[in-house]
Design a protein around this ligand. Structure first.
Ligand code: CFM
Length: 529
């Protein structure tokens, strides 16, 4: 029996029937493999997923530094979405940076019984008086949807009163099956009210960076490289982002997409509305960074830009070559398992390859089939009740701002050479025999780790200690364990250094758990025997 069979064998027939569709062993050959994804977790299974509010407020909206985001709900949701993600930001043009604040209506029992609208009005008023932000966003948590507070009406009223945009997001935690629904809701809101609403006109070699959240400073490092190549970055969505910059998103000639899962909706809607093409990039790993830069230059087809790109790649590669080689000698031949949200389990495989580390298991928490199977997989995704629960908005070409950069012939030609308007997915890049797991749960994590014995398990705070206490090195790919940046050329060296330090300091492997030598349970019988 293979590892998949051995792990799933312990399930009851019903659970087995469900989970077997979410686990694949990569097969050789070109036959596309299908995986079940973006479906409900079976009740009772310990999943590592988050909620819709986490995806909307925590992931997409919170990094926008010049917007004050108010969590309408009991304080716990606000607290747990406060600073737990390392999306760093510097004050913007107006000198403001709300990223480090946690604004919440702190709903109490009386508000649940009698309604929380009064409190929300008051919270918006205080936000205006204390912070005077250029824009306010309100995000709902579960009870708000249950009791029916009309946050959209209150936002419209406040907008009128305070003469500034106030947007509301109905992103109650229970909507959809994971945080992925929240990404979609946030994308819809930004598209409706923010993106491309400015008055600027197209700028040469201007780009938007989509799906880059500046975790550990990644976005800053990517921005540094892009500027050196000669690009003008109009806006970043949304790491260290600014709503004012996003309003000018239509002035870009190209959109580059780092995290496909969280923002593919915007990439496609910007294409429909403004005609802006998008390409899939990956700035994690030195070779993939170089490839992404080359793809971008090829899109523009400008010789000066192509030459400058090559010069930047040569210079940056040269700078990191000795360190990369050193860490490669220390890490070559090691194996890794990766389990992260919806894109990093793919992106980081490229960086691991730079050090000769093999990925033997990879999985996403909440990705959809196209993130595994590639854009082709999207064609036969069937809508279910949960996905229909998330609004899909329709956008139309903007009569004034719509502009196609390429002729249809140029587009078709480039499509064969660069990832234009398409994403190839994770499965495509995995080795034969590697295991791919969707929504890897706590039980399966423990079992797969015991069976496959990777040298490193890359995951997050919820699952990290299970591995670590089992003697397997664990590094967090969400927060980078407070290190970083890991993106680009220099980031790759930081990553190599951190992993090398971890591997050669196998502290947890030296610990003998107390139950190995001391009985853990001591007790007496109570009552009459
Ligand atoms: Fe995209 Fe992200 Fe990810 Fe994601 Fe996330 Fe994140 Fe992530 Mo944590 S947007 S899908 S919802 S790359 S917070 S910056 S690390 S799970 S793999």
């Amino acid at each position: 029996m293979d590892s998949k069979g051995r792990v799933l064998d312990k399930y009851s027939a019903r659970v087995f029937k469900n989970r077997k569709e979410h686990v694949l062993v990569k097969e050789s050959g070109d036959v596309p493999q299908v995986i079940a994804a973006n479906t409900r977790v079976i009740p009772g299974i310990m999943t590592h997923r988050g909620c819709c509010y986490a995806g909307c407020k925590g992931v997409v909206l919170a990094p926008i530094k010049d917007v004050a985001v108010i969590t309408h709900g009991p304080i716990g949701c606000g607290f747990y979405s406060w600073g737990t993600r390392r999306n760093k930001a510097r004050p913007g043009e107006d000198g403001k940076n709300f990223v480090e604040y946690c604004l919440s209506t702190d709903m109490q029992e009386a508000d649940i019984v009698f309604g929380g609208e009064k409190k929300l009005r008051q919270a918006i008023k205080e936000t205006v008086e204390i912070f005077d932000p250029g824009m306010i966003m309100v995000c709902s948590t579960c009870p708000v949807g249950l009791i029916g507070d009309d946050i959209h009406a209150i936002a419209a009223e406040a907008e009128e009163l305070y003469k500034r945009p106030v947007m509301a997001f109905s992103c109650e935690g229970y909507k959809g099956v994971s945080q992925s629904g929240g990404h979609h809701i946030a994308n819809n809101g930004l598209m409706k009210r923010v993106l491309g609403t400015g008055s600027g006109t197209r700028i040469k070699h201007a780009i938007n960076i989509l799906g880059e959240y500046n975790i550990g400073g990644d976005g800053w490092e990517i921005g540094r490289i892009l500027k050196k190549c000669g690009y003008h970055v109009v806006s970043v969505m949304t790491g260290d982002g600014s709503f004012k910059e996003m309003q000018e998103a239509h002035t870009a000639e190209l959109n580059i997409v780092q995290c496909h899962r969280s923002i593919n909706y915007i990439a496609e809607m910007l294409k429909t509305k403004f005609g802006t093409d998008w390409i899939k990039v990956n700035f994690i790993g030195v070779d993939s960074t170089a490839q992404s830069l080359r793809d971008m230059a090829l899109y523009f087809g400008d010789q000066e830009l192509i030459d400058q790109t090559e010069a930047v790649i040569a210079e940056e590669m040269e700078e990191v070559a000795a360190d990369m080689e050193y860490y490669r000698t220390r890490l070559k031949g090691k194996t890794a398992a990766l389990y992260v949200g919806g894109s990093r389990a793919h992106h980081y495989q490229k960086l691991l390859q730079n050090f000769g580390i093999d990925t033997i298991l990879a999985g996403y928490e909440f990705a959809h089939r196209d993130d595994y199977e590639g854009s082709e997989g999207k064609a036969d995704i069937k809508e279910d009740a949960d996905s229909k629960n998330i609004e899909t908005i329709t956008v139309n070409p903007d009569p004034e701002k719509y502009h196609l950069r390429l002729t249809p012939e140029q587009f078709e030609d480039l499509k064969t050479r660069i990832p234009l308007d398409t994403y190839s997915g994770m499965i495509h890049d995995m080795k034969d025999g590697a295991v791919i797991v969707d929504d890897l749960n706590h039980f399966e994590t423990e079992e797969f780790l015991k069976l496959l014995k990777p040298d490193i398990f890359f995951s997050g705070i919820k699952d990290k200690y299970v591995a670590q206490k089992g003697g397997i090195l664990s590094r967090q790919l969400h927060s980078y364990d407070y290190s970083g940046p890991y993106a680009g050329f220099k980031g790759a060296v930081n990553f190599g250094k951190d992993v090398t330090m971890g591997i050669y300091t196998p502290a947890w492997g030296f610990v003998t758990p107390p139950w190995k030598h001391t009985p853990m349970l001591v007790g007496t019988y109570g009552g009459d025997i």
